[in-house]
Design a protein around this ligand. Structure first.
Ligand code: SAM
Length: 275
């Protein structure tokens, strides 16, 4: 159980530290909690207590259910504090305007975003197929000086991504395209050295589109939710999937990004295509 929630349970007097279906994400000054096994009055007491204890939190929302739909959104219910879902989140030396109800954002991917940003090189042509508000694309441009094209289907996320480009002074290096990444190759003849695919629920469906715009020897970062009780099982299942999908000569190294459910692991395969 996360420390923030454990302490809020203790100080609110609600108790229930033994319940497992709890969690918290803090995005900017907004806390998003999961408290499925508590009643509404208990949830409000826990939220008020969390705000009292954590001075930088100005609003608390409950996430009902998982992250859902094409835009990967959370269903949120207000519990305490200000009734707003827009905030500014700081991560890896960058600042992001985010609307936690209207677009996807997870603070749990900071380390992975930094890892990928550091792998990119100056002048490299990077494509992010599922860019959100820019937390993979912007550090890749800012830390590595690569030229990034971000595709994103949500108009709200695209608008915030463009604001974030300016906020982080990478406007010259980053281009945002509002559109469906399955139509990439119809939209332009551009080719890329590095392609990011951070849509782990469905990235397999978009692999043909990615391969269609990848240059020879390009690197793909293929994120995928994989069934597995542990990392070894998840890796074996990912290997089975990739054996069918990758072209001849492609090599990859897989690693765990995070556990996302009792039997689900988010994995990433760094794929190197043949030169
Ligand atoms: C899991 S989120 C990741 C966003 C971002 N990379 C991040 O880490 O915050 C996936 C994103 O892909 C976008 N998306 C979903 N389907 C898409 C498609 N067909 N083409 C382009 N973007 C899409 C969603 O709107 C969402 O913002």
């Amino acid at each position: 159980m996360p420390r923030l929630i454990r302490e809020a349970l203790e100080s609110s007097g609600v108790g229930g530290q033994d319940r497992v279906s709890t969690g918290v994400d803090v995005v900017g000054d907004i806390a998003i909690v999961r408290l499925a096994s508590f009643g509404t009055r208990e949830k409000r007491r826990i939220a008020a207590s969390l705000m009292e204890r954590t001075k930088n939190v100005r609003a608390v929302f409950e996430q009902e259910g998982g992250i859902e739909g094409e835009l990967r959104l959370r269903r949120l219910r207000h519990l305490a504090g200000e009734k707003r879902t827009a905030t500014v989140h700081r991560e890896n030396g960058c600042a992001y305007r985010v609307d936690v109800a209207g677009c996807y954002f997870s603070p749990r991917l900071a380390t992975e975003r930094l890892r990928v940003a550091r792998l990119a090189g100056p002048g490299e042509r990077v494509l992010n197929m599922f860019a959100g508000v820019g937390p993979f694309s912007i550090p890749a441009a800012r830390l590595s000086g690569s030229r990034v094209t971000s595709w994103e289907i949500s108009p709200l996320a695209c608008g915030l991504h463009e604001e974030n480009d300016k906020l982080n002074r990478v406007g010259r290096l980053v281009k945002v395209v509002e559109g469906d990444a399955s139509e990439l190759s119809e939209a332009s003849n551009a080719r890329y050295d590095r392609i990011l695919m951070p849509l782990p629920s469905r990235s397999n469906e978009f692999l043909p589109a990615a391969l269609g715009v990848a240059d020879k020897g390009a690197t793909l970062h293929y994120y995928r939710h994989v069934l597995g009780r542990d990392e070894a099982e998840a890796e074996a299942n990912l290997a089975e999937e990739l054996a069918e999908l990758l072209p001849r000569g492609a090599k990859y190294a897989a690693r765990r990004v995070r556990f996302v459910g009792p039997r689900w692991v988010e994995m990433v395969a760094d794929v190197k295509l043949a030169g």
